[in-house]
Design a binder for this molecule. Structure first.
Ligand code: ADP
Ligand code: ZN
Ligand code: MG
Length: 500
C-alpha cells in the first residue's frame, strides 16, 4: 500500500570524515488537537484532561457496531484556518480514509484519517533565526481523530501487571501538519515548532500544551555528505514532550548517525524513542516491522466539497499573525524589534499591550513595563496581567502616575508588585500612604547636603574620579525619603554641589 521500501539499508561515508562533512536534514510531523467543543465524529465533549475515565464516550467514539460518524464542521473550519495561516492551497475536493491497525487504544480497529486527498497542501512557514530567514515547506495539513489512552499499572516488565484504557480522548479532532525535510539543524527544528505552536494558539485552534500532548511532534532526521542532494536514510524520533527534548533528541540523533556513517557503518530506516533520563534515542521498531495500514476511502462519510465561499470566509476571519503584528508594532509605535517580538509572544499579551496604549499610556513606557516588570511577575505568579489583582486598568492607572511624575520608578515597581497580588487603586494608595515623589528642590537639597556630610569617604572617591562612588550617597537620600525622591533630581543636585 505505501509502495516499495525506497529507504532500504545503504552504506554511506567512510572513515576519515569529520562531522563538518555532513549536513543534517530534518522534517517534522506535528499532531495538534483542535479546540472544538465536541469530538470529531460524535457529540461527546472534546475536553478530557479533568474528566473521569471513560466519562466522555458514546457508541460512536467507543467504536461500537452499527454507529455512523458525522463530520464536525468546526474541526474542518479550524483545519482550513490553520492551512491558510500556513499559506497552503485548499483543494476543492477532499475525503476521509480508513487507516487500519490494531491496538487497544483504537476501538474501531481503524482511525479515520486522510490519505491521498488531504484538506490542504503545499504551504510554508517562514521565520527568523540568528538573523537569517528560514523557510520550511508544509507538505500538507490534514484532519483525523485521536486515539484513547492506555494506563499501565505497575512495571510492565514484571508479570503482575494490568493495563487500563480510557476512551475519553478517542475521537478528539486531531490535525496533522507534515513539514518538508527543509530544516538543517536542531535549533531550526526547535524554532519551527515554537513558531508553529505560536501561530496555532494565535488563531485559536490549539492550546499548545506539549506536556499534556495536545501539541506533539515526531522528528524525522537524516544526514548526508555536505554538498550532496540525495536524502539520507531517515530515522523517526518519538516521545518528546518539550521543546528542549526535541532539540536534544535531534542533536543526539544527528551526532549518532554521523558517528555510525563516519565509522563505516550503515543506517536503516527505523523509529526511535527519546529517553529523557538517558539523554538518548533508543530503537523501537524498524521499517521492516512497520505497519501496512491498508488505507481505503471511509465508506461511512461522503467526500467533502468545501466551496470557495467557505474558504474565503475562513480567510477573511484570520487574525493578524504574530510576525506581522510585531512588525506593525515596530512601525506604529517605534519600539524595538526584540521588544515587539516579546510583546507579541501570545495574542493575549499583544492585545493587552495595544489596549493599554489605546488607553493613552505612552507606547514606549507601556512596552518597557510589560516587557520587563509585568512579564517577570506574570511568570513568577503563574497568571497573566489580566488575571492579576491589578488588571489592565490598574496598570494604566499606575503608569499614568509614573508619566505624571507623581511617583518615581522605585515606588511604582514596589506598588506594581504589591497590587499585582492584592489589587487596589494606585492613585488612592499613593495619596493615603504619602508615596508621592519628592521633587521639591529645597527639601531634597537639604537631604543631599546631609547625605554628603554623612558619606565623606564616598564623596572623596567620587571626586577622585570614581563614578560609582556616588551610589551610596544617592541611596542615603532615597532612604531618607522612603524611596520617594526624584532620583534624577537628586543626582543633579549632588553633582552640582560636588563639582562646585
Ligand atoms: P513516510 O512515508 O515514512 O511517512 P514521508 O515521506 O511521508 O515518509 O515523510 C514523513 C516526514 O518525514 C515528513 O515530515 C518529511 O519531511 C520527513 N522526511 C522524509 N524523508 C526524510 C529524510 N530523508 N530526512 C529527514 N526527514 C525526512
Ligand atoms: Zn462519542
Ligand atoms: Mg508519510
Amino acid at each position: 500500500m505505501t509502495g516499495t521500501l525506497r529507504d532500504a539499508p545503504v552504506t554511506q561515508g567512510g572513515s576519515g570524515e569529520s562531522p563538518a562533512d555532513y549536513e543534517a536534514v530534518i522534517g517534522l510531523e506535528v499532531h495538534a488537537q483542535l479546540l472544538t467543543r465536541s469530538k470529531m465524529f460524535c457529540g461527546c465533549p472534546a475536553t478530557y484532561v479533568d474528566a473521569e475515565p471513560n466519562d466522555n464516550t458514546c457508541p460512536v467514539c467507543l467504536g461500537l457496531p452499527g454507529t455512523l460518524p458525522v463530520i464536525n464542521r468546526r474541526a474542518v473550519e479550524y483545519t482550513v484556518r490553520t492551512a491558510l495561516a500556513l499559506h497552503c492551497e485548499i483543494p476543492d475536493f477532499t475525503k476521509f480514509d480508513r487507516k487500519n491497525y490494531f491496538y487497544p487504544d483504537l476501538p474501531k480497529g481503524y482511525q479515520i484519517s486522510q490519505y491521498d486527498l488531504p484538506l490542504s497542501r503545499d504551504g510554508h512557514l517562514e521565520f527568523s533565526l540568528d538573523g537569517r530567514r528560514v523557510r520550511c515547506g508544509i507538505t500538507r495539513v490534514h484532519l483525523e481523530e485521536d486515539t484513547g489512552t492506555l494506563h499501565h499499572a505497575g512495571d510492565v516488565l514484571q508479570s503482575a501487571t494490568s493495563s487500563l484504557v480510557d476512551y475519553n480522548r478517542s475521537g478528539v479532532p486531531l490535525m496533522e501538519i507534515v513539514g518538508e525535510p527543509d530544516l538543517r539543524s536542531a535549533e531550526e527544528a526547535r524554532e519551527y515548532l515554537v513558531r508553529l505552536r505560536q501561530i496555532l494558539m494565535y488563531i485559536g485552534v490549539n492550546d499548545g500544551n506539549l506536556e499534556q500532548g495536545s501539541f506533539r511532534c515526531d522528528a524525522n532526521v537524516s544526514v548526508r555528505p555536505r554538498g550532496t542532494e540525495t536524502l539520507g536514510v531517515k530515522v523517526e524520533i518519538k516521545n518528546m514532550n518539550s521543546f528542549r527534548a526535541v532539540q536534544r533528541a535531534v542533536e543526539y540523533e544527528i551526532a549518532r548517525q554521523i558517528a555510525v556513517l563516519g565509522g563505516g557503518g550503515s543506517l536503516h530506516q527505523e523509529t526511535r524513542g527519546w529517553v529523557e533520563a538517558r539523554g538518548a534515542t533508543v530503537s523501537q521498531r524498524s521499517k521492516e516491522q512497520a505497519h501496512d495500514y491498508r488505507y481505503f476511502p471511509e465508506p461511512d462519510l461522503a467526500p467533502l466539497v468545501l466551496g470557495a465561499e467557505f474558504v474565503e470566509e475562513v480567510r477573511r476571519a484570520l487574525p493578524e499573525l504574530p510576525e506581522a503584528r510585531a512588525a506593525r508594532l515596530v512601525e506604529q509605535h517605534g519600539i524595538g524589534e526584540y521588544e515587539a517580538a516579546l510583546l507579541t509572544a501570545t495574542r493575549e499579551e499583544a492585545d493587552s499591550y495595544e489596549r493599554i496604549v489605546a488607553a493613552g499610556v505612552s507606547a514606549r513606557l507601556a512596552a518597557n513595563w510589560l516587557g520587563n516588570e509585568v512579564m517577570r511577575l506574570a511568570n513568577a505568579e503563574h497568571r497573566p496581567l489580566t488575571e492579576s489583582g491589578l488588571g489592565e486598568d490598574g496598570l494604566v492607572a499606575l503608569l499614568r502616575l509614573v508619566e505624571a511624575g507623581t511617583v518615581n520608578t522605585t515606588t511604582a515597581k514596589a506598588l506594581l508588585e504589591e497590587l499585582y497580588l492584592t489589587g487596589g487603586d494606585p492613585a488612592a494608595i499613593v495619596r493615603d500612604r504619602g508615596l508621592g515623589q519628592v521633587s521639591d528642590t529645597e527639601a531634597l537639597g537639604a537631604l543631599v547636603d546631609a547625605a554628603i556630610t554623612a558619606n565623606p569617604k564616598a564623596v572623596a572617591d567620587f571626586q577622585a574620579g570614581k563614578e560609582t562612588a556616588l551610589q551610596p550617597v544617592v541611596g542615603h537620600v532615597m532612604k531618607a525619603t522612603r524611596g520617594r525622591a526624584d532620583a534624577r533630581l537628586v543626582n543633579r543636585l549632588l553633582r552640582e554641589r560636588l563639582s562646585g
